[in-house]
Write a protein that binds this ligand. Structure first.
Ligand code: APR
Length: 262
């Protein structure tokens, strides 16, 4: 695809988004690449290095939460995990995050469904967020879904239990094999059903149910736009594709949408 095609796709995407009634973003790790946070898959990805986690981590937690917490503490020393953790702790929002915050403030972006746990959307000023895989700065009760800042239980002995309902408390980040918390899943489906335009930003579209949302929007007569430097399993079904790093493409896209909306 040459530069002219790129610009044409970006212009067409801006026009479709500006004309849409209910724009929803579906975000993945790619949006945070330009903040220095490695992705999970592809070159340099955390799972590329460590292998995809098994699906029984959550069962292990339920079986013996104290042992699970102790195992988590011991895993902290793994160099790849330590590198990922340090990168995410240092990370600041990049122009792609701020572009989404602008699009939300313009009243055009109605909801961002993010798979990212890095809290960078909130740091960039976004408020309309469904964190489908949780947020690494929070703790959650798996029974009543109450949340606290991750330091709230500091110094308490494992297993951690909810002061309100007695349920088990763990990091808010959703583990492989863990059901998506009902309240956030309902929010995701609610806004996906309302959407007539979904933009998939920096996601490999390989993890469900998040990867099913674009086809739900299209099934309701809406359009699906992919913003990603690389092809994904959903590329062939996308109505429009904006190729490129989203730290560059999203600010350009939002500038064009702003101009079209005046
Ligand atoms: N800008 C935008 N996208 C990028 C960039 C960039 N600069 N660089 C890479 N990408 C894209 C890749 O092409 C890829 O499609 O980011 C995507 C990263 O894919 P994954 O690492 O699979 O991340 P994600 O899609 O968020 O994974 C989904 O899997 O492991 C679970 O819970 C984890 O939420 C995560 C879920």
């Amino acid at each position: 695809m040459n530069a002219a095609d790129h610009n044409l796709n970006l212009e067409q995407a801006a026009q479709r988004i500006a004309r849409s009634r209910y724009v929803v973003a579906l975000v993945g790790a790619g949006l945070s690449v330009e903040s220095g946070v490695p992705t999970f898959r592809g070159p340099g990805g955390l799972w590329t290095k460590l292998g995809e986690p098994t699906m029984n981590g959550y069962e292990d937690f339920l079986r013996d939460p104290a042992a699970w917490w102790n195992e988590q503490q011991s895993q902290q020393h793994n160099p790849d995990r330590a590198h990922f953790r340090e990168a995410i702790e240092r990370a600041k929002p990049n122009p792609g995050h701020f572009a989404l915050a602008d699009l939300e403030k313009m009243g055009i972006l109605k909801m961002t469904i993010t798979q990212n746990v890095d809290n960078l959307h909130a740091q960039a000023g976004q408020e309309k967020l469904a964190e489908i895989h949780g947020n690494r700065t929070k703790m959650r009760c798996i029974t009543c879904e109450r949340k606290w800042h991750r330091d709230h239980f500091e110094g308490e002995s494992y297993p951690l239990t909810c002061p309100e309902c007695g349920g088990l408390v763990k990091g808010d980040t959703v583990m492989f094999g863990e059901p998506i918390p009902r309240s956030v899943l309902e929010t995701c489906f609610y806004h996906t059903e309302l959407s007539d335009c979904m933009i998939a930003i920096g996601t490999s579209a390989t993890v469900y149910p998040a990867a099913s949302f674009p086809s739900l929007v299209q099934g309701n007569g809406g359009i699906f736009i992919e913003a990603n430097p690389n092809p994904t399993p959903l590329s062939n079904s996308a109505d429009l594709i904006v190729r490129g790093s989203t730290g560059e493409t999203l600010p350009k896209l939002v500038d064009r949408i702003r101009a079209l909306s005046q």
